[in-house]
Ligand binder design. Structure first.
Ligand SMILES: [Zn+2]
Ligand SMILES: [Zn+2]
Length: 221
């Protein structure tokens, strides 16, 4: 849950209200739009994407409110949300779904082969052949499930890297510009949640530009 910061400027009396972090979407035109916390998945459709589609394309952006230690300005630092991209890669990959179904035909073929070998070549009773077939099927499925569940995170990570190196690479680069203060260009940005009360006095007021704004955490959004 994001934290709400509130305060007022002693110079122009304008109130300021801001969230420490917010979800945002990187739009087709290269601009970033903040989304409402409580309705982000619905609101993102207005920008032409579903949440899952945007996540898989590396368009879900995390916007963190920071305080510039050089000029006292408030500044949104934006970066591609890797957690959302990884989750979408893990949940939505067709190769993962195909791979999950693979143990079934493999186990059936193995079971039939064992049953045929037991019953015909060794002349075992049918019950023993069936038991051997079931044991073979169970061991193949357990082994395959074990291998696949261990490989899925690696698959998701590989998919994320592949996307990162192609479609989202330019978005990551474009957002890197927000690591500098939008007012003075300085690089000394502190997330507002880590800033401490002393750093939240004499902030630069977004309305009048004077260093006369004090903010305080006022609750959860
Ligand atoms: Zn600055
Ligand atoms: Zn002001």
């Amino acid at each position: 849950m994001p934290v709400v910061y509130q305060g007022a400027c002693t110079h122009c009396r304008q109130p300021t209200r801001a969230l420490d972090r917010a979800p945002a979407v990187y739009r087709a035109d290269g601009t970033v739009a903040l989304l409402p916390i409580d309705a982000a998945r619905r609101a993102i459709r207005r920008h032409g994407f579903t949440w899952r589609q945007a996540a898989r394309e590396g368009r879900i952006v995390r916007a963190d409110l920071t305080v510039c230690r050089d000029c006292g300005g408030l500044h949104r630092r934006e970066q591609v949300d890797d957690d959302e991209a990884a989750r979408a890669a893990r949940d939505g990959g067709e190769p993962t779904r195909l791979a999950s179904a693979a143990p079934v035909p493999i186990a059936l073929v193995a079971a039939l082969a064992v049953a045929a070998a037991s019953a015909v070549a060794l002349d075992h009773p049918p019950a023993l052949a069936a038991a051997a077939a079931l044991a073979a099927m169970a061991s193949v499925m357990v082994a395959a499930a074990f291998v696949l569940t261990r490989r899925e995170p690696a698959y998701a990570a590989a998919a994320l890297v592949a996307r990162r190196t192609s479609a989202t690479a330019h978005r990551v680069r474009a957002l890197a510009a927000t690591r500098r203060c939008g007012t003075c260009g300085g690089e000394h940005l502190t997330p507002i949640a880590d800033a401490g009360d002393d750093a939240l006095t004499r902030l630069r007021c977004p309305s009048c530009g004077q260093r006369a704004l004090t903010l305080r955490a006022a609750g959860r959004a």
